[in-house]
Ligand binder design. Structure first.
Ligand SMILES: *Cc1c(COP(=O)(O)O)cnc(C)c1O
Length: 407
């Protein structure tokens, strides 16, 4: 795996010095190219990409996604608003909530955004309120176990998401009762899916169900493409998946009797590899068995290692040529907070800058103020220029909404 010291000619160390650490840095060119590669891979079918905003929701990143020709998928009404702020028109935004209040659904419809209905009670309420006046999509749970980890598998039988494919008769009954205008069917089976097989399996569930819905405009295959985190990791071969799914889709459209759009909702695939979290070493602490390296960040800024046992490649950008030693990189949070365990790295000293890779997706967007720590700044590199796209928080941000009681 490459360990870049520069992105688009800009040194990571100089950015860390200019903006301070910890610092999230995104390579805009990488994001743009990922969108393009997906568009190429699926060129057999009329493709629409709906970037899963939750992966990285900075408005400037959303604007770049728009520039690359994609739309967005939002999982909260706030993400819908962010999408609108970034310049997407309502038509380019899909709202895929999971068990939210009906008030949010009303707001989304009011904003003109397509709603993805994920339960039968919601379908009923939607029907009671709008009848067939507002076109909608239905999220099907295809009962497929897929994804890199149970926590990120969302399309299996016991998952809370979507409406079970076994309940198709009930779905059809509600559609008929309220004369619902169903223009899309959706599945999303999980994250870190490797094979075309899983997408084809999901596709077959969609295709079969779709025959029962005469007014469709699109089928949405969700996201979940796997990217490489570890050296030697196999990533989804997007070309292979694109061709296989694209062809199966076109064959289905022929059978359906009309050309539909193929929608995808990648999050990780578009932004994971663009992101680098630069941290600074605070201490190198030898114990009888382990050499710990403490850094000025932790699970409050990047929770994936602790939450999903995720592997993130780490490198020492300050001393790339040093002798190799074994280190365990840990965060400063008062909990077990391991970022990387027993890694062979060039010798690390205090005040070195370490770079954590694949920090673009589910990094900043899952960050918190735990331990009363402020969140880092974010920088986006585009056309050889570094843009600060979010200022580092300050102490004031931690207390802004607190109201003191006088005793
Ligand atoms: C999270 C999510 C995605 C994106 O998943 P990735 O693994 O990041 O590609 C897509 N669709 C929906 C509905 C999601 O909730």
């Amino acid at each position: 795996m490459q360990h870049p010291s520069h992105l688009q000619g800009i040194s990571l160390v100089s950015l860390a010095e200019e903006f301070g650490t910890p610092l999230y840095i995104y390579d805009g060119e990488k994001i743009f190219n990922q969108v393009k590669s997906l568009q190429n891979a699926f060129s057999a079918a009329p493709l629409k990409i709906k970037y899963a905003t939750k992966a990285l929701s900075n408005i400037s990143v959303l604007k770049l996604i728009k520039k690359a020709g994609a739309g967005v998928d939002a999982v909260s009404i706030e993400e819908v608003r962010l999408g609108l702020m970034a310049g997407f028109i309502a038509d380019e935004i899909m709202y895929t909530p999971s068990g939210v209040s009906f008030d949010e659904i009303l707001q989304a419809v009011d904003l003109g955004v397509m709603v993805n209905l994920d339960s039968i009670p919601l379908m009923v309420r939607f029907g009671e309120t709008f009848g067939g006046k507002v076109p909608a999509c239905i999220r099907i749970n295809p009962h497929i176990m897929a994804g890199g980890n149970y926590k990120i598998s969302v399309g299996h039988k016991e998952s809370k998401f979507g409406i079970s494919i076994e309940q198709l008769p009930q779905i059809l009954k509600v559609v008929k009762t309220y004369n619902l205008s169903i223009v899309g069917l959706h599945i999303h089976t999980g994250s870190d899916i490797l094979d075309a097989e899983v997408f084809l399996k999901g596709g077959n569930v969609l295709f079969e169900a779709a025959l029962q819905f005469p007014d469709l405009k699109f089928l949405d295959f969700g996201g979940g493409f796997k990217v490489a985190y570890k050296p030697g990791d196999i990533a989804t071969d997007i070309q292979v998946v694109g061709q296989a799914v694209g062809e199966a889709f076109q064959a289905f459209c022929e059978k359906y009797g009309r050309q539909l759009e193929l929608w995808l909702e990648p999050g990780k695939y578009l932004v994971s590899e663009s992101g680098y979290l630069v941290v600074k070493t605070t201490v190198v602490k030898e114990t009888p068995t382990v050499t710990f390296v403490g850094v000025d960040s932790g699970l409050n800024h990047l929770i994936r290692p602790m939450m999903y046992d995720a592997y993130h490649d780490v490198y020492n950008v300050s001393n790339p040529g040093g002798p190799i030693k074994e280190y365990t990189i840990v965060g400063y949070i008062c909990e077990t907070d391991t970022i990387a365990s027993k890694r062979q790295l060039p010798e690390i000293h205090e005040d070195d800058f370490l770079v954590i890779k694949n920090a673009g997706a589910y990094g900043y967007s899952m960050s918190s103020n735990y331990n009363s720590r402020i969140r880092p700044a974010e920088v986006l590199i585009w056309e050889g220029k570094a843009h600060l796209i979010r200022r580092r928080e300050e102490f004031e941000d931690l207390v802004r909404h607190q109201i003191e009681v006088d005793f």
